[in-house]
Design a binder for this molecule. Sequence first.
Ligand code: GRG
Length: 311
Amino acid sequence: MTLKLDLATYLDDRRVAIDHALREALPNPETPPALLHQAMEYSLLAGGKRIRPILALASCEAVDGDPDRILPLALSLEFIHTYSLIHDDLPAMDDDDFRRGQPTNHRVYGEDVAILAGDALHALAFARLADPVVCPELDSASRLAAVYELATAAGSLGLVGGQVMDLRTTPPSSIDDDRPREGGRSIEIVEGIHARKTGALIRAAVRIGAILGDATPTQYDALSRYGDAVGLAFQIVDDVLDVDGNPNEMGKATGKDHDRLKWTYPDIVGVPRSRAIADACVQNALDAVSPFASRAEALRGIARYIVDRKI
Ligand code: GRG
């Protein structure tokens, strides 16, 4: 069996286990308010690579922790990710009609319920990490550290900050738009957006897996370097796929960044150089986890998968 096939099986097994656990973790869709719970379930169970919880499990494995044990807590990463996608698709943000090949949450449930479904998933992420009934054997110091990582990654220095920069760094799309704007066009600005909008949650995933697996401070630092490197690679590849990806495979339109005048890696340095930078990030990620020897095999495979992926 080749390494690629092993990785495909690994990712598939993890994804199936995560999908199953996500279904169990949600309130029953008939629980009042049923409309809200159905909207939450609609986006949460609409597919997706589940790469953030998978990274947490692989990171836990690298420090000799038990990934199956922490899986119920790793779901919190997918709750935050799904909330961010629902909000990102709203008319006030990227105004998208399709996500993962299906109509976006607000197209089905309306903007009001979509906003609230995102809010409820956001809250559920933290309730999950703090719930003493979920993984009761885990000590509260580790839980608290995981809450801190997730909250920091989700806030103004992470996801939300990156989203503001993403929305307001590019030029206004109409002369009537005189809302205040951020920064200017440079590779540093784009890297700053990517580090917050995408990198922060990916790094948090790796760190949370390390914390829940009882990592030493040295292991935590090495895994943080891995997380930073794969986070940047992930978003550069996302930018590139928006230029040369297959919309049918991806379940969404391509060319949107260009149409929205967004500043991306391909826009500033071109596709070949963007791919080369993503490859260099993967090399940095591989270097960061070399001390973990065979225990980091999954993390190595995931780093390569992130640049080779087609969706
Ligand atoms: C609304 C606070 C807030 C943040 C939105 C998630 C996001 C920030 C924007 C979505 C657009 C985008 C390109 C974000 C970068 C992160 C990213 C690549 C998301 C897509 O993640 P995947 O590929 O999606 O893991 P799946 O569908 O596999 O879960």
